[in-house]
Design a protein around this ligand. Structure first.
Ligand code: SAH
Length: 330
């Protein structure tokens, strides 16, 4: 919701501050599709609010999927569109939220990167994606939030941090820090700033190669923040928080040689709190090829030989183009 506008509207009606708090409480509950349903407010006030502002800053344009994964195309007040994903996985109802319209990083394997950056999302637009899913899955609630939709969360730092404080707050969505995860392509300065916040929020880093040359060729941000700096920042994070740090590694034709496995093993073994998540590459129709079954097997055999622990993630939502890196509004 546009909170400043709500405040202004209530002020112009000369309503006391507790009304504002009451409405905010209703809003964060995610139980209401519109002001009209807030029957703890007078009919007159409900009508005035409905005229003055929309409840959510995102409006559903399209939704597809099934009980396990859904993807929604949402329109913002200026007509820009974002995608947001819902995953129902092992009893955890998870919202995968976007932090930007598009993304400036242009990783070669990611569909969002092809759009370029249109703009940052406001904190309310981020929070409203979760409230939107709460409305959809009523009477259930979203229990986990991952910043793994469109955009680079650490390049929209202030709004993302503000959104997280609302998501985490008792007066907001009241989702515990450990149930929130952020993924970054490796914005080194912000990894350090994030460590300094000293929260329990999970951090994931999109690694995709432990070879500087290869990483640069698929993730342009690696030129600005080379692997050596990235590793330092990651060590700093782990030292500061004593929390596990997750590295995402999508299995591609280009990053699964024996040498890649060796470099990756060295990287991950360099800190006992580094943890590897292998994910299949979701095809986005460019020239990036997924590793073949054989390549995957050989690569994983090497990792086993080097004693690296990892989890092999299942990919959700491929059939509806909602899987990692496939979020792009056509
Ligand atoms: N910009 C952040 C957030 C995006 S999260 C980041 O880069 O981490 C999306 C995750 O999906 C990232 O780990 C990203 O590297 C990964 N990803 C992108 N395209 C993919 C693809 N085609 N297949 C599998 N994973 C992909």
């Amino acid at each position: 919701m546009d909170l400043p506008l709500l405040r202004k509207t209530l002020d112009s009606l000369k309503l006391p501050a507790f009304r504002y708090r009451q409405i905010i409480k209703n809003y964060y509950s995610g139980r209401f599709l519109n002001f009209d349903q807030m029957t703890d407010l007078s009919l007159d006030l409900r009508q005035k609010l409905s005229k003055a502002l929309p409840l959510l800053s995102v409006v559903e344009k399209t939704i597809i999927g099934d009980d396990s994964t859904k993807k929604a195309l949402l329109e913002l007040s200026d007509g820009q569109k974002i995608e947001s994903v819902f995953m129902n996985y092992e009893d955890w109802l998870t919202a995968c939220v976007s932090s930007q319209v598009g993304c400036p990083l242009n990783c070669s394997f990611c569909a969002t990167g092809k759009m370029g950056l249109k703009r940052n999302l406001t904190s309310q637009e981020i929070v409203d994606q979760i409230l939107y899913w709460n409305q959809k899955i009523y009477p259930k609630y979203i229990g986990r939030v991952v910043f793994m939709g469109m955009g680079e969360p650490f390049l929209n730092w202030e709004n993302v941090i503000e959104a997280i404080s609302i998501i985490n707050s008792k007066d907001g969505l009241n989702i515990g820090a450990r149930k929130i995860s952020i993924s970054t392509a490796g914005v080194v300065d912000k990894i350090k700033d994030f460590a300094n916040l000293d929260t329990q929020i999970n951090l994931a880093v999109s690694l995709h190669s432990a070879d500087q040359k290869i990483r640069e060729s698929i993730m342009p941000i690696a030129k600005q923040y080379p692997l050596s700096q990235l590793k330092n920042a990651c060590n700093y994070y782990v030292g500061k928080t004593n929390r596990q740090l997750f590295f995402e590694y999508a299995l591609m034709d280009i990053n699964t040689s024996q040498n890649d496995a060796k470099l990756l093993a060295d990287f991950i073994s360099s800190n006992r709190l580094f943890f590897l998540n292998l994910i299949p590459l979701n095809p986005i129709g460019g020239d990036m090829l997924p590793a073949s079954k054989d390549q995957q097997k050989i690569f994983i055999d090497y990792l086993n030989k080097f004693g690296v622990e990892y989890s092999l993630r299942r990919s959700f939502g491929q059939d509806i183009n909602a899987a990692c890196g496939q979020l792009a509004t056509k």
